[in-house]
Ligand binder design. Structure first.
Ligand code: ADP
Length: 500
């Protein structure tokens, strides 16, 4: 085998020491686990992307790396004037170009976006981790490939809308305004832009305050793909920018992912208009472990459910419901597993838990954790050293949690798990549904019948059995109750972007 290796690789292979069949990785290899960002192309300053051009504004703000608080780039802040410009560009592009070209042509552009993204996947992963704080292992395995998959998936639907809506006449809506959060920037953009374009709409999308960079890199991809000018406009700013977009009279549909609080504001502000709306809001998902569950697999599911992306996940399994008979063993195994989690540099491929996205979010997490302690729950954090600079929080769980505690009810959006117990399946269902939210849930059991029985009674838009946080562009995603309405992904994801 080694004779086929090039000389450089042979030399490296020779350095590996084999002890009783185990490859001990030589020390020099550790530094190679850090992704080198020096070759990543980022501009010191990003203008808005409007009508296929880069537009300067009066105000710029710093976007930082939350793992070291260093400024990465300056980014344009869009005020009402710029939002108006972006919406008008989208409106003109809709009237003059996008509504006139064939579905097949639209599909070609979306495919091109997907393919260019594929070529730049590594660059996008590194930027997503630098700007957002998430482990590069996750952006490489989840964020970027899933974003690409969404563009491919909806490119495929563009010329098949008549099959998606048999007997009906699906037409585009016009200009859509899209507002996204900071936890999965490129992925949330893909979830929104891909179906909107496939259905023949044009787009103005606003990035979240702290994570604009992959959206502007996406703007470069859109340029490279030759998408006609004005079809996708990308802007950045804050809540005021978002509010201008929501209230612009030429915007016919709003797609929002973010907090329940802002979702309610948006709903109120468009009441009385004929704007279409989809909202994907907060969550407080129950992850239910029955005594017959494969325990070690369930432990991995708990870890992935709550510590994936530092818990900055609206569908995170933040309420663990464990059957009382196995609580002690689950807690013991969980502690053991948590001691092996590596918290640190998001660009280190061995990192499991990266940086908290912002100081503001870190303060929110701390405040919620303090409330848990004050209300009498018992906290566990593994020993680990946190970097001196940046925003960090140790993976945490609470036992002795009462259903009335804030940590059992409110979304923490951080690496903090609340553990509650139950005795019977009926009690598990009752506790799982005892929430204002209804975005996701998980069930771990050996019995298929129990999966169907329990999951069919849980009011959540997405339910996982013996797994957690698994996504696929063909599966619809969305919530009930205060988690919002409308579905993104799958054939159902087309509904919001057509008028019938
Ligand atoms: P989070 O708590 O996760 O930051 P937010 O709901 O505050 O969630 O923000 C999600 C997105 O909504 C961001 O892009 C933000 O700028 C935007 N936003 C905040 N307030 C408003 C508003 N009043 N109208 C429209 N968009 C808003």
């Amino acid at each position: 085998m080694s004779s086929k290796l090039p000389a450089k690789a042979k030399k490296a292979a020779a350095k590996e020491i084999t002890v009783k069949g185990t490859n001990i990785v030589p020390k020099w290899n550790y530094s190679k686990s850090i992704e080198d960002p020096s070759h990543i192309k980022l501009k010191p300053k990003y203008d808005l992307f409007i009508n296929g051009k880069w537009e300067k504004t009066k105000k710029y703000f710093d976007t930082i790396n939350p793992s070291n608080e260093e400024v990465i780039s300056k980014v344009a802040y869009a005020e009402g004037k710029e939002v108006d410009k972006a919406v008008n560009a989208a409106s003109k592009a809709y009237d003059n170009v996008w509504s006139k070209i064939s579905a097949k042509e639209r599909s070609k552009y979306i495919f091109r976006i997907a393919r260019i993204l594929q070529e730049k996947a590594r660059e996008f992963s590194i930027i997503e981790s630098m700007n957002g704080g998430k482990p590069v292992r996750e952006s490489k395995a989840v964020d970027i490939p899933l974003s690409i998959a969404h563009f491919f998936y909806y490119a495929g639907w563009a010329d098949k809308l008549k099959y998606a809506f048999p007997g009906q006449n699906p037409k585009p809506i016009g200009v859509v305004g899209q507002i996204i959060p900071w936890n999965f920037p490129l992925l949330m953009a893909a979830w929104k832009i891909a179906p909107a374009l496939a259905c023949g709409n044009t787009v103005v999308i606003k990035s979240a305050e702290t994570t604009p960079l992959t959206l502007y890199k996406l703007a470069e991809v859109i340029e490279e793909a030759g998408v006609p000018e004005g079809v996708v406009n990308i802007i950045s700013g804050d809540g005021a920018t978002g509010a201008y977009l929501v209230n612009h009279p030429k915007v016919k549909k709003i797609a929002f992912t973010g907090s329940t609080e802002v979702g309610k504001i948006i709903m109120r502000s468009i009441a009385g208009t004929d704007k279409k709306l989809t909202l994907e809001l907060g969550g407080k998902a129950a992850n239910i472990i029955f005594e017959d569950a494969p325990i070690d697999a369930a432990i991995e599911g708990i870890i992935n459910g709550i510590y994936f992306n530092q818990g900055h996940v609206c569908c995170a399994g933040s309420r663990l419901l464990v059957q009382e008979s196995i609580k002690d063993i689950v807690v013991k195994k969980l502690k053991h597993r948590m001691r092996n989690l590596r918290v640190g540099d998001p660009l280190d491929k061995n990192t499991d838990i990266g940086a908290i996205n912002s100081r503001m979010q870190l303060n929110k997490i701390k405040e919620m954790v303090d409330s848990g302690v004050a209300e009498g729950a018992s906290m566990y954090q593994p020993e680990c050293t946190l970097p001196a600079r940046g925003f960090w929080f140790k993976p945490t769980f609470f036992t002795e949690v009462a259903q009335s505690n804030r940590i059992a009810n409110e979304e923490i959006f951080g690496p903090v798990l609340s553990i509650l117990t139950f005795r019977t399946p009926a009690e598990a269902v009752e506790k799982a549904n005892n929430t204002f939210y209804g975005l996701s849930a998980g069930v771990w059991t050996d019995k298929g019948s129990k999966v169907f029985n329990v999951l069919s009674k849980i009011r959540a838009g997405v339910v996982w059995a013996n797994t957690f946080n698994k996504f696929n562009p063909a599966s619809p995603f969305g919530g009930y109750k205060e988690s919002g309405f409308g579905r993104e992904g799958g054939k159902q994801g087309l509904d919001a972007y057509v008028s019938l």
